[in-house]
Design a protein around this ligand. Sequence first.
Ligand code: SAM
Length: 331
Amino acid sequence: MDMIDPFGRTINYLRVSVTDRCDFRCTYCMAENMTFLPKKDLLSLEELDRLCTVFIENGVRRLRLTGGEPLVRKNIMHLVRELSRHLASGALEELTLTTNGSQLSRFAAELADCGIKRINVSLDTLDADKFHQITRWGHIDKVLAGIDAAQAAGIKVKINAVALKDFNDIEIPHMLRWAHGRGMDMTVIETMPMGEIDADRTDQYLPLSLLRAQLAQQFTLADIPFKTGGPARYVEVAETGGRLGFITPMTHNFCESCNRVRLTCTGTLYMCLGQEDAADLRKPLRASEGNELLSAAIDEAIGRKPKGHDFIIDRRTSRPAVSRHMSVTGG
Ligand code: SAM
């Protein structure tokens, strides 16, 4: 069974934010003093599993766990292990994860054992001081050890970096050589106006068209049709032999090929990362033991998936496009 939205797009990719909590406080993502959801409002791991399973029965082929930091959710490996049965049955093509890497040393081997073949690790700088500055609470050694552990376990790692003006723009060539030298693809991402943060986003925002032009001065970048199911457009870098992806929610809207919806840890379904409209799936989930109500609510929600987002970052638009932080809906 396929889920098709009003614009004819097949929805086969679910991202699940399993917690809104994180052990980092990246300055472009969160304010330092965040109020998190009371634990009692969270869906249990069993409820998350049931919800994911209904999505899979309705046509989801790829599932990404994210957050907050997915690996800080208590007993998260129980959910991963349960969900991996859908890989074994062939219902799910891919189960993957977006993580800040801080807990990977602990979990990499088990993730691999559950059939996780590739993960995204968010890493905005290789400089230890800058890393601590941007994450407020993070230590790069732990993340680098986590990446080592993931690779040792046979998991393919992609590095995701948010491109930040006057922060990591000059470092991206070095990061690219480092990532490609270790056999890892890399993706750069434009910062999006989501949730109130302490900094001014206009100061941080770097259009990737500019970054690409800068990179083209020292690398030969060739567009390639490579796709991973997400919104990145890839180039091959001749000098390193690796791939570099660009995720450009600001300068190039990619919504026409959107195949995703996003579930939060309270059972709220967002049909678009950049819109406020949402569907409550917790109520139909808890209303009966059967899945009919839930399936109908999912259908109804897909039926109102919007055409796309309209993010703006400029000095006249001081409010974020959506009030919730990225950590609520997940990356
Ligand atoms: N904690 C995990 C991690 O660090 O990857 C998963 C959640 S995090 C919210 C997912 C991704 O969103 C990270 O790569 C992060 O850098 C990115 N992100 C957070 N806020 C963002 C924003 N306002 N604009 C663009 N990317 C953002």
